[in-house]
Design a binder for this molecule. Structure first.
Ligand SMILES: [Zn+2]
Length: 476
């Protein structure tokens, strides 16, 4: 019966009544300066301390996240108050990134009791086996465990065993060892002990399990399938996400759980510049052809237009493209340009009918009535609108006093292949194209967009084949 007593007891030891601790075979004083920061503190205490440190130094603790100033403030306040957080928003706007960024507030490593399935704290163990060790043994082996961020995917088929785990007092009574898997096998949430539990789509977890989860977080206890109530004071910060688009058809988050969290909305990037920054930071293809600013703008504008109420297909687009679309579009155009040996991305790299843009967008949007207008048609037209917009910016950047010279240059050459170098004597045209460039490697792309802009805005120039423009005269 002795074994049972500490199962229900809160075991906390201090420097005075603790066993001797060993790390890598050597006895250590865990209260010495070297180790004291890595135990006996709660997750939220670590987070508060780190947040204040950042605050004093004037550093943004979530520098991975582009923009989102107001959201960051709310997250900081919620964390300081020791609250769990529910990120609400459509997919692809950085809910997961945000939760990982919060995890970075935790120490990179913590001291834990060696062999513990949930990495118990050396001075306040939660599992039976460690409670027994701390109370009964005079030598306890420790180990380092890295910072924990445990993702728990909201699965409607999730079982109690997967989420909470298997715990049985019955098996202890039958004489099983406390370490036996039949006695204690932690589920995902217990594995997040002393770390962050990230629930991806919390609302998709069966409601019976949400009740168990609430019991664990609020009452800090577990009811076993055999009906025993066991204290389980795990220490974890819950960050959850929910997609409002999933509300229909999927079970909601239950009231008592919602009451334990602060809801923070995470929407799309507010500005075009932020959209581009997120795209560039998260690209898979880190090197290769340059993507000049005008192409970053065209692609990001295409994506943003599909989210906007002002888009001509606004009523048709049911699922809007997330930042992942922007990221993938940047990757795809760079991939094509690099394969073709272009120093920088050109319009011709989009494909004759924007096949490359379609590649990045088709799977990321969905339409209401696809029989009336096809996805390809929507993508083509919206991309064209974005090119129009960027081209008119470029056209208006042409200085008045050099416009005539530029047209004269084009007229003299007659036909310009933007992929070829040359342009003998075309000083005005070259000068303007160069003024758009950050480096000379962007020249061909700048020349192409200049001619495309003049073509779209005036008709003085005509595109005769991909990348090739011809003087058409003023009479048009
Ligand atoms: Zn343990």
């Amino acid at each position: 019966m002795m074994e049972f007593e500490y199962i229900f007891e809160d075991v906390v030891v201090t420097e005075r009544n603790a066993p001797r601790y060993f790390l890598n075979g050597e006895e250590v004083d865990i209260w010495s300066e070297e180790y004291v920061k890595y135990h006996s503190r709660s997750i939220i205490e670590y987070i508060r301390e780190k947040l204040l440190e950042y605050e004093r130094a004037g550093i943004d603790p979530f520098s991975e996240i582009v923009g989102k100033k107001a959201e960051k403030e709310m997250v900081k306040t919620a964390l300081m108050s020791g609250s769990n957080i529910l990120f609400k928003g459509k997919k692809g706007y950085g809910k997961t990134t945000f939760s990982k960024s919060i995890a970075k507030l935790l120490p990179e490593k913590l001291l834990a009791i060696k062999g513990c399935k949930i990495h118990d704290d050396p001075t306040r163990p939660v599992c039976f086996s460690c409670k027994r060790k701390i109370l009964e043994e005079d030598k306890v082996e420790l180990t380092w465990v890295p910072r924990k961020w445990i993702r728990i995917a909201g699965d409607p088929m999730m079982t109690t065993r997967q989420l909470i785990g298997g715990i049985s007092l019955q098996k202890i009574k039958e004489g099983y060892d406390l370490d036996h898997p039949e006695v204690f096998t932690p589920g995902r949430i217990l594995k997040a002990h002393r770390g962050i539990a990230y629930f991806d789509e919390l609302g998709s977890i069966p409601s019976a399990l949400q009740t168990l989860l609430h019991e664990l977080l609020e009452e800090r206890q577990i009811t076993t399938p055999e009906g025993d109530i066991i204290p389980m004071k795990i220490d974890t910060l819950v960050i959850a996400s929910t997609n409002p688009a999933n509300y229909r058809g999927v079970s909601d988050i239950k009231e008592p759980l919602l009451d334990r969290m602060e809801e923070i909305e995470i929407g799309p990037p507010e500005t075009l510049e932020e959209e581009i920054e997120i795209g560039l930071r998260n690209m898979n293809l880190k090197t290769g052809a340059i993507i000049p600013e005008w192409h970053l703008k065209i692609l990001a504008t295409t994506v943003r237009c599909m989210r906007s109420k002002n888009c001509r297909y606004a009523t048709r687009i049911e699922v809007e493209p997330s930042c992942r679309a922007t990221i993938k579009l940047f990757d795809h155009v760079r991939a094509v340009a690099t394969r073709r040996g272009h120093k920088s991305v050109m319009l011709i790299d989009y494909g004759e009918n924007f096949e490359i843009v379609k590649l990045g967008l088709r799977s990321r949007i969905s339409l209401d009535y696809e029989d009336e207008v096809s996805k390809d048609e929507v993508i083509e037209n919206v991309t064209n609108d974005a090119i129009d917009r960027v081209c008119s910016e470029i056209y208006s950047a042409i200085p008045q006093n050099s416009f005539r010279d530029i047209i004269d240059d084009i007229a003299r050459i007659g036909k310009i292949n933007t992929l070829e170098d040359g342009l003998v004597g075309c000083r005005a045209l070259k000068k303007f194209a160069l003024s758009l460039c950050k480096t000379k490697d962007e020249f061909n792309s700048a020349l192409e967009i200049t001619l495309e802009a003049i073509s779209r805005c005036t008709g003085i120039v005509e595109k005769v084949s991909p990348g090739v423009y011809e003087y058409a005269g003023f009479d048009r």
